[in-house]
Design a protein around this ligand. Structure first.
Ligand SMILES: [Zn+2]
Length: 218
């Protein structure tokens, strides 16, 4: 199956993508991983991407698209893939369609993880990270430490990352609305969108997604 996963920041997209890819036995292709791999292997595309990033500029769509194309042509993606973070705007979605149709392929489904906006803000803005180890993650409502502001694991000080402040989250949601949401309408016109309520436990959301995909496939 060839699947695109979309959803606002805070919808648990990365976690969900990893679970779904494992269940479906297809590779999880995330833009973040693509950038990291190309840059660390110093590919031509990686060097190009880095030259923009070093200047603080956005990497142009063509570069992202070329990286994604390279990755989708790897043997492990022969039977499908799950894209996460790509396409992120309509022009990337059009480029993806064009790329796939050249190969005589098409997408099977676009999973749209739906989370109420206030819930997204609550999830992200409540996150607290340990200063000693960023893997020690807590949440003021969902996973509160025994003692406020103190890490249960190592006793380190818990803090809120700048990226997680309510203001930053609202800005990221705004970017999502203006740039990424239009791709949902683009794919709706192709009858590909399956909306998945993404509240609840990770396993429950995975189960909902698998059921929806099975229905699509039937
Ligand atoms: Zn800690």
């Amino acid at each position: 199956m060839r699947i695109v996963l979309v959803g606002p920041p805070g919808a648990g997209k990365g976690t969900q993508a990893a679970f779904l890819a494992k269940n479906l036995a297809i590779p999880h292709i995330s833009t973040g991983d693509l950038f990291r791999a190309n840059i660390s292997q110093q590919t031509e595309l990686g060097k190009l991407a880095k030259s923009y990033m070093d200047k603080g500029d956005l990497v142009p769509d063509e570069v992202t698209i070329a990286m994604a194309k390279d990755r989708m042509e790897q043997p492990d993606a022969e039977n499908g893939f799950l894209l996460d973070g790509f396409p992120r705007n309509v022009s990337q979605a059009e480029a993806l369609d064009e790329m796939l149709s050249t190969e005589g392929m098409k997408l099977d489904a676009v999973l749209d993880l739906e989370v109420p906006e206030d819930e997204v803000v609550k999830r992200i803005a409540g996150r607290r990270i340990c200063r000693n180890d960023s893997a020690h993650v807590f949440h003021v409502s969902y996973k509160a430490p025994k003692q406020e502001g103190v890490c249960d694991v190592c006793g380190g000080e818990l803090y809120q990352r700048d990226d997680d402040s309510e203001e930053t989250v609202r800005t990221r949601l705004e970017v999502y609305h203006t740039q990424t949401e239009p791709i949902i309408d683009y794919y709706k016109a192709q009858g590909l969108v399956v909306t998945i309520p993404a509240l609840g436990k990770v396993e429950e959301v995975t189960a909902r997604s698998m059921e929806a995909l099975a229905r699509e496939d039937a």
